[in-house]
Design a protein around this ligand. Sequence first.
Ligand SMILES: C[S@@+](CC[C@H](N)C(=O)[O-])C[C@H]1O[C@@H](n2cnc3c(N)ncnc32)[C@H](O)[C@@H]1O
Length: 213
Amino acid sequence: MSLAETVQFLRSYLDDPSTVGAVAPSSRRLAKALVQPFAARTGASRVLELGAGTGRVTRCIASLMGPDDHLDVCEIKEDLADALETNVLSEAGCRRARVDGRIRLLRCPAQDIHDSQGYDYIISGLPFTAFDPVLLDAVMSSVRRNLRPGGVFSYFEYVGLRKLNRTLSLGSGRQRIRSVSGVLDGHISRHQFRRETVLFNLPPAYARHWRFA
Ligand SMILES: C[S@@+](CC[C@H](N)C(=O)[O-])C[C@H]1O[C@@H](n2cnc3c(N)ncnc32)[C@H](O)[C@@H]1O
């Protein structure tokens, strides 16, 4: 990870902590854990990445793409989307696919995506633990609307962060995290088919994989 990438990410966090939701980009190990279902695909696939940040997971997805795969990269923050455009998406591994329209950058909120073709894999870096329940609900609706039947939704959360939040927050903050946690736990018990613990990340994280149907 370059120093410039780390500084850009940290600056973005300080500018808007509840949207960015992390002080450092994901490690290579976490990125690999998140893309594992896509890496094991058997045919041409459409992939959507939500909350790409400085592109740590984007690079990993792009490195696995074949000529018939398609990737849409969604990032809400203008400064991070600009950095994705000038850095990751302009690199040799992405440039050709970008020109051909097989990699697209979506500068919009994840909850606003309506894709008529749908995706086989949705891979998220969104900070659900920092969201309020209404936003979480809107994002989950977008995931379900845009995921093809049998598709896989992958995301990460930091180990113990929800529990720590529930213990330390007070009043409306505690109510918010309880509600968000209840929604996530409901999905986890119904839809999760795989969870990987990634210790080589700051902080350690779970990569979770769900299938809705
Ligand atoms: C925790 S960072 C993850 C960045 C990167 N995927 C990684 O793993 O290093 C969360 C990212 O989600 C973006 N984000 C937050 N809310 C969003 C939303 N509603 N729609 C799209 N992107 C969003 C933030 O701007 C930030 O870049």
